[in-house]
Design a protein around this ligand. Structure first.
Ligand code: ADP
Ligand code: ADP
Length: 228
């Protein structure tokens, strides 16, 4: 179980540019789900990039169980934080077979077929998506593809799951349904969920609202919707 602490993070995408993140702090403790919300350009993707070590902070720290992320090897850092693929690759087979065939990821080599199957079954039980899993991977909707991507990520039981706008390309009703399923499936996982909408976030533990690279508000869904 991992705790990720982001403290006073400052990131600039080039000299002379305004900081994309200007002193942002947030903490992910084991099993806690945090949503990062804000308009386009607020700095959400930049924070995910910093967590995945794709950008170098100018100031501030990111610590994983007390260790600076910069002191971890790139492989170790990558293993800790699993990002959800926006554009999942689909084999000409059912979603279930697509999941079975999903290749091992870095650090997953020891994961045997039996373990993968058991995890898949637990996951199907938990989500109730078994009807969908029989459908052909080539013909399913965008929402189902996002579920496939999520399922693949969860099969590897990542210590921290980073999701970047999983519902972005979907219409409102499909997005609502995906969000509800996503929150069912990720219960108990440590997760940072980036989204531009507050809607459907009743079940996350904390919502952090970013504006112009700074935290404008933070709290539960109830606290945020009832505040002026
Ligand atoms: P988002 O969906 O997070 O709003 P954007 O459309 O802002 O994404 O950005 C998409 C990609 O382009 C991201 O990888 C982001 O880092 C990059 N990007 C955004 N703004 C710029 C910019 N001004 N110059 C170069 N790359 C950018
Ligand atoms: P969000 O994900 O909330 O839309 P981003 O993190 O993509 O916000 O962007 C925050 C700010 O940083 C924006 O002003 C954007 O244009 C800028 N930016 C993002 N990525 C890059 C990049 N790779 N190069 C230059 N500027 C960037």
């Amino acid at each position: 179980p991992l705790t990720v602490e982001v403290e006073d993070l400052v990131v600039r995408h080039g000299p002379g540019r305004a900081p994309a993140l200007d002193g942002v702090s947030l903490t992910l403790t084991p099993g806690r789900r945090v949503a990062l919300v804000g308009p386009s350009g607020a700095g959400k993707s930049t924070l995910l990039s910093a967590l995945m070590r794709l950008v170098e902070p100018e100031a501030g720290t990111i610590r994983v169980n007390g260790v600076e992320i910069g002191d971890l090897s790139a492989d170790d850092a990558r293993r800790l934080m699993t990002g959800l693929t926006q554009d999942p690759y689909v084999f000409q087979a059912s979603l279930r077979d697509n999941l079975r065939l999903a290749g091992p990821e870095a650090g997953d080599e020891e994961l045997g077929e039996a373990v993968r199957r058991a995890r898949l079954e637990r996951w199907v039980e938990r989500t109730g998506w078994d009807a969908v899993l029989g459908e052909d991977g080539r013909t399913v909707s965008g929402g189902q593809l996002q579920r496939l991507a999520l399922a693949r990520a969860l099969l590897h039981n990542p210590p921290v799951l980073l999701l970047d706008e999983p519902a972005e390309a979907l219409d409102e009703a499909t997005a609502d349904a995906l969000m509800a399923d996503l929150l069912d499936a990720t219960h108990g996982h440590t997760m940072l969920l980036v989204t531009h909408r507050l809607r459907g976030l009743e079940r996350v533990d904390e919502i952090v609202v970013l504006e112009n690279g700074s935290v404008a508000q933070r709290g539960t869904h109830e606290e945020l919707v009832s505040s002026p």
